[in-house]
Ligand binder design. Structure first.
Ligand code: WTA
Length: 637
């Protein structure tokens, strides 16, 4: 890992070089990877279309970088350690050699099932090693994966499959999560009633839940592997991909409409996740690294699969939840495998904190060297607990700020190398040029200032487009400020020049570290037969970070409690349980301006309980609406 930054001077030097001569900087880093053919240009770009090309003309396959190139020296190093949901079930370890063999084998299964370069494959699997195998097998043959998180509903899967026109789905009979069994295949069956493009479904056995297998469409993973075995040659040569060929699509919520398919391409994403993984966590060969995310989210893509594997690291993946069988599970895992680096989310830290220190105090956590945090702002109390109780005051904490669209970390402490302050994402990584913008589109210079966070210059891991709708990509990220990538986050820059993310400035919520669009939830609620109109806002929630507060105008709610339950069911069906409102307040009217726009600012204040700072309500169509809403909100305080 010759590009690992070892001290603050090296950071300053790398940062300066990355700004003065980005092409040379990233070109030198790219030289550490395996190319079938070298690139012509490091970077061609403009943010106006946008059109961003990194390492144009280069040929490679990301799986050769994540697997084959480690085999010679480190073939017997564990690539994946898998801890099952039930601690009494046997764990599994796949060395680099074994993982490569399994990826090649399954890549041949995909080929046998008529999947070709450029085809889209939807993956809806629990957190089992076969998920990693499926992802890498797609990349091996140049198929584009679209992983859908196991918590999403049939409708959400169908929307994603149809948007990307997926040809094949990979799922399992079911999945284990704590004491629950998820019926994944049955959910896929429901989804596929709406999907014309899907020809085949490959089903992995995990829970032995009874499921339907449709002749001609559904095949078992295990049977398909047997077929490959009897065919003789198990190898599957890596497809030669262009640097800018699409690697995967991952859907994420924005402030309007349906989730969009963020498109990441091969070379830039590979280099960026590898570079940031090695640097942020200061990974050392032989260490065990545990990221608690689900591979259904970007954190899992970049920092369970591609980043660690491209660096030859040992990546621990966990099937279950932090509170099963009890709230000490993460620490049991750290103890059992002597984990050196743990990367988790503030919501998990807060929820475990609430169970008390007895679940931590009797565990041996002395192997830990670095702690990471991701997904949402970390409050000081959670930061301190993480630092003292888990890190015993000796482990640097990397509070990594980034987004699905970014591919990898943008602003974060480099563990033990650059400074850290609780609640701050601190300094940009080399190659990242952040700036703060005011409402008039002007950059805010200097320190001790706040503004909307933008990035001025491309970095290799950034999104290239949104699937099937390039204009939407331009509009969402590149149209708010000229020649800037707009993050959607607000940010404060301290007198020392440290960055602190203050949260979304658009209508996107962050619930337990999951991005949820208010418009999406409103659309789902409005589908309920009794609902006339609704408005969603976020409010501070002690564990989730933000909770979902719904104001709903219902036709007739003679039985308010029943209607509430029905609305929750509707949201669960249309999006998934993760988008269920925490509070539903029935109202007779919503505060609107004379032009009919809902004044969310007021609704937000009421949800937050900040009634003294409602601001100007005189421009409302009917200012008395606010009184009624405040009165009704008292029920939930
Ligand atoms: C928020 C997750 C504060 C932010 C990797 C961003 C954070 C959104 C942090 C992206 C952090 C993520 N501190 N806020 N360390 N990390 N966020 O796409 O609002 O699921 O825009 O990517 O999460 O969420 P996404």
């Amino acid at each position: 890992m010759s590009f690992q930054i070892k001290n603050f001077e090296e950071y300053q030097d790398a940062y300066k070089r990355s700004v003065d001569n980005p092409e040379q900087f990233w070109g030198e880093i790219a030289d550490n990877f395996f190319w079938k053919r070298k690139w012509n240009n490091v970077l061609n770009w403009n943010f106006s279309e946008p059109n961003i090309k990194w390492f144009d003309g280069g040929k490679l396959n990301i799986t050769e970088n994540c697997l084959d190139r480690h085999i010679y020296k480190n073939g017997d190093t564990p690539a994946i350690i898998w801890e099952p949901n039930d601690p009494s079930e046997a764990h599994r370890i796949l060395t680099y050699k074994q993982l490569l063999a399994k990826v090649e084998q399954f890549a041949n299964v995909l080929k046998n099932n008529n999947v070709r370069k450029g085809d889209r494959v939807c993956i809806y699997l629990p957190m089992v090693p076969e998920l990693v195998i499926a992802v890498l097998a797609c990349a091996r043959i140049g198929a584009i994966h679209s992983v859908v998180f196991g918590g999403f509903s049939a409708q959400s899967i169908a929307d994603r499959i149809n948007d990307a026109e997926c040809k094949l789905v990979i799922t399992s009979d079911g999945g284990f999560r704590g004491t629950k069994t998820l019926e994944l295949k049955s959910i896929v069956d429901d989804a596929l009633m709406q999907c014309q493009s899907v020809e085949k479904v490959i089903v992995l056995t995990r829970t032995r839940t009874p499921i339907s297998m449709i002749k001609g469409r559904d095949v078992w993973w295990e049977d398909e592997i047997k077929k490959v075995e009897t065919q003789g040659n198990p190898a599957c040569p890596a497809e030669e991909m262009d640097s800018e060929d699409t690697l995967f699509i991952l859907y994420t919520s924005g402030s309007t409409g349906k989730p969009k398919g963020v498109v990441h391409t091969t070379a830039g994403y590979m280099i960026y996740t590898g570079y940031t993984f090695a640097n942020t966590f200061q990974y050392k060969p032989g260490e065990v690294y545990f990221c608690t995310a689900d591979i259904g989210w970007i954190t899992g893509h970049s920092y369970i699969v591609y980043g660690p594997l491209s660096q030859g690291a040992t990546s621990l993946m966990f099937e279950g939840i932090p509170t099963f069988p009890d709230a000490g599970r993460y620490w049991d895992i750290v103890d059992k495998y002597k984990v050196n680096i743990i990367y988790t989310a503030p919501t998990a830290i807060r929820s475990l904190m609430a169970f008390g220190d007895s679940y931590v105090d009797n565990k041996d956590l002395s192997s830990l060297r670095v702690l990471g945090s991701v997904g949402e702002p970390i409050n000081e109390e959670a930061w301190n607990w993480y630092n003292e109780k888990i890190g015993k005051g000796k482990c640097p904490i990397a509070d990594t700020w980034w987004q699905t669209e970014n591919g990898g970390h943008l602003i974060t402490p480099i563990a033990g190398v650059t400074p850290q302050v609780p609640g701050y994402a601190m300094l940009p990584l080399p190659g990242v040029q952040p700036c703060l913008m005011d409402e008039n589109g002007k950059e805010i210079e200097g320190n001790d200032v706040s503004g909307n966070l933008c990035i001025k210059f491309p970095w290799p891991g950034m999104l290239r487009t949104t699937w099937g709708d390039h204009e939407r990509c331009r509009q969402t990220y590149f149209a708010t400020y000229k020649d800037m990538y707009f993050t959607g986050d607000g940010c404060y820059r301290s007198p020392e020049g440290y960055y602190r993310i203050t949260g979304r400035v658009d209508d996107v919520l962050n619930v337990s570290g999951h991005r949820i669009g208010t418009a999406e939830v409103e659309n789902a609620i409005n589908m309920h037969a009794d609902v006339v109109e609704s408005a969603i806002v976020g409010y501070p929630h002690p564990v989730k970070g933000q909770g979902i507060y719904a104001y709903v105008i219902a036709n007739h709610h003679i039985d308010a409690e029943k209607t509430r339950q029905d609305i929750l069911q509707t949201v669960t069906r249309l999006i998934g349980a993760i988008a269920k409102p925490d509070i539903i307040q029935f109202v007779t009217d919503l505060p609107k301006t004379r032009s009919g726009k809902i004044m969310r600012r007021i609704l937000r204040k009421v949800a937050e309980g900040e009634l003294s700072s409602l601001g100007d309500t005189s421009t409302l169509q009917d200012p008395t609406v606010v009184e009624a809403i405040i009165e009704g909100s008292k029920e939930f305080k």
